[in-house]
Design a protein around this ligand. Structure first.
Ligand code: MG
Length: 454
């Protein structure tokens, strides 16, 4: 069997350890052999971006591909470029998203601009493990540059919101770009929307990411403080490659990703008079409650944004997304889209009133999350055991791991990590104590099983 290289978000590793130039060169050749045409390439702002890009590009050219270098742009901007330029048959984004700065990664983009489906990644893995023939000296590829992909992307986003109404509202935003890929594009978006922007960590030459890199409340303290201090209408933060955006309200509170997901789902359903919304089984039932009330219907998938995007395409769904701030708007493109999320969220403030008020109107659910260790070869047995123990009398959903749905509306999801020897336990209920108690019960039962079977 060929070694698996691609995780849920591309090939990732620590630079000059597992993510080195040998790997990047061979990966470039494999991707070049797979695409065999003009391939767009871009990076986020990591110091290793140029090195990995150069090695991947050399591999692409050795196999005869033309490399189109877009420079530093958000992941959804290269995706938009690949989707809209007929000469481009695929793309490569050099990024490790929200991972710490010592990491970097290689992510492939399919010819239609979507994240590559697993079957195609497997084909690239097979090529990677083989001896890849290179072109003769006079048939190798060349390199061209295109510097307008970020602007093209922002102009496209603007076509999907009511720019005149937003400009008239005269809003203020505080924006934290994590010194990442959105440093040029999101300030431009806000300027074109007539939103007065106070920026933080918006320096491409600055140290990436300017704060610990995952966009959580804890890591975004400066943003929350400043949003409150200037009483901005919205606080905005990106992860490193800006496929995600998260928000803060004017009083400086962090908006968890499931709440922005629910608000955007609701406005999509209202704007379309119904429709299907797609999200993974790990998302809060709060989203489902909001979607049902607005007259829509929710479809659950396994975890992973490419899975959500492909299900949206199959079902003709207009909106879907994950609870980590990765939202997908079909009217623009089938991928997580940071700038589009921001434009739509700002438009919703203009249409429906202050963000804080919209958040306060959402139903309240409580969650508890834990993780337990479990070797990969024991994962199936653990699921079987837990199913036998907890399924009697309750509904079971096996879309991803095992989700037990209790009759009171609460649920517990036991999900194996695709990359690590662990299970994640998610518990949710409208009753805080019950959410914690059930999470604890699942954790103890799983631990006991693991110990007994050792
Ligand atoms: Mg990302």
């Amino acid at each position: 069997m060929v070694q698996r290289m691609f995780g849920t978000n591309g090939v990732r590793g620590v630079v000059n350890e597992d993510m080195n130039t040998d790997l990047a060169l061979q990966m470039g050749k494999a991707i070049g052999k797979f695409f065999n045409g003009t391939v767009a390439i871009a990076t986020d702002t990591r110091v290793s971006g140029d090195m990995i890009k150069a090695a991947v590009s050399a591999g692409l050219m050795a196999t005869g591909c033309t490399v189109r270098d877009l420079g530093v742009v958000p992941t959804p901007a290269i995706q938009y470029h690949v989707k809209t330029d007929d000469d481009v048959v695929g793309g490569v984004m050099i990024t490790a998203s929200h991972n710490p700065p010592k990491f970097n990664g290689i992510k492939c983009i399919d010819g239609d601009g979507t994240e590559m489906p697993r079957e195609k990644e497997e084909q690239i893995e097979v090529l990677y493990a083989s001896e890849i023939p290179c072109q003769s000296w006079n048939d190798i590829g060349s390199m061209e540059t295109y510097g307008n992909a970020g602007e093209d992307y922002i102009d496209a986003v603007l076509r999907h919101v009511d720019v005149a109404a937003i400009r008239k509202a005269g809003l203020t935003a505080v924006l934290d770009c994590a010194n990442g890929a959105a440093c040029r594009t999101t300030p431009l978006l806000l300027k074109k929307l007539g939103v007065r922007a106070v920026t933080l960590n918006a320096d491409m030459q600055g140290e990436f990411p300017g704060h610990p890199s995952e966009p959580t409340a804890e890591n975004l303290r400066d943003l929350l403080y400043l949003t409150k201090a200037v009483n901005a209408d919205i606080g905005i933060a990106h992860d490193g490659d800006a496929d995600r955006a998260v928000f803060a309200t004017n009083d400086g509170s962090f908006v968890p990703g499931d709440k922005s997901l629910a608000l955007m789902a609701k406005s999509t359903v209202l704007a379309n008079g119904g429709g299907l919304i797609v999200t993974p089984v790990s998302s809060s039932s709060m989203v489902e409650e909001v979607v049902n009330k607005a007259g829509g219907k929710l479809i659950y998938t396994a975890v992973g944004s490419p899975i959500v995007a492909r299900r949206m395409m199959a079902e003709g769904s207009k909106f879907g997304g994950e609870e980590n701030g990765g939202l997908i708007f079909a009217e623009h493109q089938y991928c997580r889209d940071g700038a589009m999320t921001i434009a739509k969220m700002i438009e919703s403030i203009v249409k429906f009133g202050p963000l804080l008020k919209q958040i306060q109107e959402l139903p309240v659910y409580y969650t508890d999350k834990r993780k337990i260790e479990c070797p990969n070869n024991r994962k199936a047995d653990l699921i079987e055991y837990m199913k036998g123990k907890f399924s009697p009398g309750n509904k079971v959903d096996l879309t991803d791991g095992m989700k037990i749905l209790f009759s009171d509306g609460g649920w517990v999801l036991l999900r194996p990590s695709g990359t690590e020897p662990i299970f994640r336990i998610y518990s949710e209920s409208k009753n805080k104590d019950l959410a914690e108690q059930r999470c604890g019960e699942f954790e103890s039962a799983a631990k006991a099983f693991m110990e007994d079977s050792e």
